[in-house]
Design a protein around this ligand. Structure first.
Ligand SMILES: Cc1cc2nc3c(=O)[nH]c(=O)nc-3n(C[C@H](O)[C@H](O)[C@H](O)COP(=O)(O)OP(=O)(O)OC[C@H]3O[C@@H](n4cnc5c(N)ncnc54)[C@H](O)[C@@H]3O)c2cc1C
Ligand code: SF4
Length: 547
């Protein structure tokens, strides 16, 4: 296990899995370390009770809040990371999201790079993740260099009806851009079968563009790529000067091993990446690696997220795949509220099984009636970066999430606005909470708004910037304090905007990938992926097998 690699990538989620796909064809020797296994393909993938009410896919790990209370964030520790369970709604940030904007809760800072810097990488990301969408409908849409690579996923009849009602009220419903491999024109060729168990579930037929399917598997046939699964990285070692990472310490099958590379990329997800840097404190970096600014772990954001069910007393909703509709009408506010409010999108369809056990919450309505008559919505408002919202480690080395929500009136206003809208179009006879989504296996109370367990949109713990005094990473996402350490996941983001973060994480990974290809002297792709690469992923513990 004392082999030396050109690059080690730790984590295979949106950041790490995408970066791997970018670097793999360079011919450089890449070692990928992933703490989880491949997610098994089994009938249970599409079983609501298993997916939502157990920890089979969402891990049981416990973190703590600042008062010592348990936080069960339910991370998906598998190849592909949280994207294995994501809803695949892949939005670009709006142009103004990169600028200073006054919110009701304070002034949001600007990014050191702008939308125009990300645009080519958004386009590349949409191609890699096969995003289906339609431009020209969303009034806040940023300029694009081209149309979406695939046509939008159509609305089913009930959702089209809702879209028409909304349009008749002067609103501008648009199609949610989705990383779903569907071919609606030639269904017999479609990978996606358009089922009702997508958002929050693994895809049994690998038709969802998660980071395993889009990033990792296509390059697993390459000889220069080695993936070691069920390998948890515990610590990074540095040279005496503290300027270089000289070893990555990981646990494989209970054994502690150290591997080395010219370049080390941490892509464990915002919270785990910050925790790894803090855990790796040494004499040269007493407050944690890359932390001379004291910013590692700070400015954690997670969005203010709401999940609600609008029940119509007189109209059933037989939709299977519901997540096709979004609205940005209130994104930047309205005439009565001149501050950004956020975004509204549909969720995966709630079914009876997902409501079982919570009958009293829905009484006097029967849960079967609720499931059959509901339209299910996801509301996102921006939380602002606050250095006091942070990840630390407790005395036992466990993760502590110290987070206090801010910008709350924006969310309250969005919720009120959306409730009023649903009532006005006959879709809100009952407005009810939906507590299962994003809270897998953990829910004891139902609210319209997700609490601290809802960390699926975690970002911002290692922000990038030009000033080493106020940021952890430089503009290439290299640590200011070290010469060969990069962080490539949601941690780099300066603000959260009010759209799902993953396309931005993917685009950034592709951007950093270009930089790394240049740094490693590997200009130009030299290798082809094997034609059968989807089926040729190597077995777990590959490093042990090839040596
Ligand atoms: C239910 C759900 C639905 C979602 N829906 C959407 C959506 O529709 N659209 C959207 O944009 N976003 C969505 N998200 C959010 C999306 O999943 C995340 O934004 C994205 O996965 C973050 O990418 P990342 O690279 O930062 O981290 P992750 O994808 O979490 O990847 C981190 C990886 O690092 C590995 N790892 C962690 N620690 C270690 C360690 N010490 N050693 C080795 N490996 C390690 C993990 O196992 C994982 O593979 C959703 C999330 C959830 C939970
Ligand atoms: S809707 Fe399509 S992509 Fe989603 S889980 Fe079903 S088959 Fe997979």
């Amino acid at each position: 296990m004392n082999d030396h690699y050109d690059v080690i990538i730790i984590g295979t989620g949106a950041g790490g899995g995408t970066l791997l796909s970018k670097l793999a064809t360079s011919g450089k020797r890449i070692l990928v370390l992933e703490r989880g296994p491949f997610l098994p393909r089994e009938k249970e993938n599409w079983d609501t009770k298993i997916a939502f009410n157990t920890t089979r896919y969402f891990g049981p790990e416990v973190w703590y809040d600042k008062n010592g209370g348990e936080v069960r964030a339910g991370m998906c520790y598998h190849v592909g990371g949280n994207t294995k369970l994501y809803g695949a709604a892949l939005f670009r940030l709006r142009e103004r999201d990169f600028e200073k904007v006054q919110h009701v809760g304070g002034l949001k800072p600007e990014w050191p790079l702008k939308y125009r810097d990300f645009e080519p990488y958004y386009a590349e990301a949409e191609t890699l993740y096969q995003v289906h969408g339609k431009s020209g409908l969303d009034p806040t849409e940023p300029p694009r260099s081209g149309e979406f690579p695939f046509p939008a996923m159509s609305h089913e009849p009930r959702i089209q009806e809702v879209a028409d009602h909304l349009a008749s009220r002067g609103l501008k419903p648009c199609y949610t851009p989705l990383g779903i491999r569907i071919n609606e024109a030639q269904k017999y060729l479609s990978q996606c079968i358009r089922c009702s168990t997508c958002d929050g579930y693994p895809c049994l037929v690998h038709a969802k563009s998660d980071a395993e399917v889009a990033g990792v598997r296509p390059v697993m046939g390459l000889e220069n790529v080695t993936l070691l699964t069920e390998t948890k990285v515990e610590r990074l070692l540095t040279s005496l000067s503290g300027r270089e990472i000289t070893g990555v310490v990981a646990v494989v099958d209970g054994d502690r091993v150290t591997v080395t590379a010219d370049v080390v990329v941490v892509a464990c997800g915002s919270i785990n990446s910050a925790a790894l840097l803090l855990k790796s404190a040494n004499d040269q970096h007493p407050n944690g690696l890359a932390n001379s600014s004291g910013m590692v772990g700070r400015n954690l954001m997670k969005h203010i997220l709401g999940s609600l069910i609008g029940v119509s007393s007189f109209k059933a909703n037989p939709t299977k795949f519901q997540k096709t509709l979004s609205l940005f009408d209130f994104y930047w506010g309205d005439e009565d509220f001149p501050y950004p409010m956020g975004q509204v999108q549909m969720l995966g369809k709630v079914d009876k099984e997902s409501l079982e056990g919570s009958e009293s919450i829905y009484a006097p309505l029967d849960i079967d009636f609720v499931a059959k008559h509901s339209l299910d919505w996801w509301l996102t408002s921006e939380d602002l970066p606050d250095p006091n919202n942070r990840i630390t480690l407790n005395r036992d080395g466990n993760i502590v999430v110290d987070y206090t929500e801010n910008n709350t009136p924006a969310f309250d206003r969005l919720m009120a606005k959306w409730t009023e809208t649903l009532k006005s179009i006959g879709c809100g006879c009952h407005i009810l909470p939906n507590g299962k989504y994003f809270n897998a296996g953990t829910v004891t109370t139902f609210t319209m708004k997700l609490g601290i367990n809802g960390l699926g949109h975690q970002i911002g713990t290692c922000r990038f910037g030009e000033d080493p005094a106020t940021s952890v990473l430089d503009l290439n996402c290299k640590a200011h304090d070290l010469d060969n350490l990069y962080v490539v996941d949601g941690g780099f983001m300066v603000t959260s905007a009010a759209v799902n973060p993953t396309l931005t994480i993917i685009a950034n990974a592709l951007r950093v990938g270009d930089h790394l290809v240049e740094r490693l002297g590997a200009n130009g792709a030299v290798l082809q992926t094997a034609p059968n690469a989807m089926n040729s992923a190597r077995t777990p513990h590959e490093v042990a097998l090839v040596q």
